[in-house]
Ligand binder design. Structure first.
Ligand SMILES: NC(=O)c1ccc[n+]([C@@H]2O[C@H](COP(=O)([O-])OP(=O)(O)OC[C@H]3O[C@@H](n4cnc5c(N)ncnc54)[C@H](OP(=O)(O)O)[C@@H]3O)[C@@H](O)[C@H]2O)c1
Length: 242
């Protein structure tokens, strides 16, 4: 039986991935902070959960110390907060977002990588925000850009160990995280569709899994514009949102 560990599994994308991998016959280790939501996720004998805060390195190390025989690890836990006033720059907000998205992922890597063996797979969930500089996304976008670089360099350095890396960059997915957004979310898809795309991409060991297709195609085209032109478009988007 194949075994997958998923962080951020108490909600949204990670929860759906956990349920779908269980249905596919995998053994699942689901991680999050909310113990009650993790407990209620499944009563399958192939289901196990760990509740810990990924921001806490020691807690993360202890919670994951005895997890081995993993075919697949999906580091998906993350949070999003926006910078509302760039002039009154909120360093604490920036710190919170970076701690969870970057250092939380790093703490999981430090705990899990020594026990991962040849032939296993590691996936890190970033975001399509990294295609373009978008209004109010200073903290979230920069944290996800750090994950892009981290994943791509790990792919280089773990290749000879036989561990393959996948960078996952979703567009808008309907989850508790995006339900807080107060702006239009073009191309938003459901968690079931997101999980199907991610699992298919991981099965094919894709280096990058970007979705949904049309939204990503538009983001990609816009990212090819001269920077000065995109800058003018982004500024007018920021002005009309203000
Ligand atoms: N939804 C989208 O449109 C979208 C788009 C692009 C990228 N993403 C990325 O996809 C990932 C999942 O997002 P989602 O939309 O499914 O969000 P979500 O429903 O809010 O789920 C976030 C998950 O992360 C966990 N988490 C957050 N902080 C944590 C911490 N310090 N320690 C341990 N677990 C923590 C939460 O666990 P607890 O609740 O138990 O604390 C929860 O299970 C995130 O990395 C997000 O940035 C989402």
């Amino acid at each position: 039986m194949k075994r997958v560990l998923i962080t951020g599994a108490s909600s949204g994308i990670g929860k759906q991935l956990s349920l779908d991998y269980l249905e596919q016959g995998w053994s699942v280790v689901a991680c999050g902070r909310n113990q009650e939501r993790l407990r209620q996720l499944s009563d399958s004998s192939h289901y196990d959960y760990r509740s810990f805060d990924t921001n806490d390195r020691e807690q993360t190390r202890l919670a994951l110390a005895d997890v081995d025989d993993l075919e697949l690890v999906i580091l998906n836990a993350g949070s999003c907060e926006y910078i509302d006033d760039a002039k009154q720059f909120d360093a604490e907000l920036f710190d919170r977002v970076f701690s969870t998205n970057v250092m939380g992922t790093v703490n999981c890597l430090a705990a899990l990588l020594p026990n991962m063996s040849e032939g296993s797979q590691l996936a890190i969930v970033s975001s399509s925000v990294t295609f373009l500089p978008l209004t109010r996304a200073e903290a979230y976008g920069a944290s996800k850009a750090a994950l892009d670089y981290l994943t791509r360099t790990l792919a280089v350095d773990l290749d000879h160990q036989g561990i393959s890396l996948s960078l996952i960059r979703p567009g808008f997915v309907d989850t508790p995280l995006t339900q807080l957004n107060d702006f239009p979310m073009p191309g938003r898809i459901g968690v079931k569709e997101a999980s199907n795309i991610i699992r298919t991409g991981l099965e094919k060991k894709k280096k990058e899994i970007n979705f949904p297709f049309v939204f990503i195609a538009v983001m990609r085209l816009l990212s090819w514009l001269p920077h000065s032109l995109w800058h003018r478009i982004a500024v007018s988007m920021a002005r009309s949102a203000a």
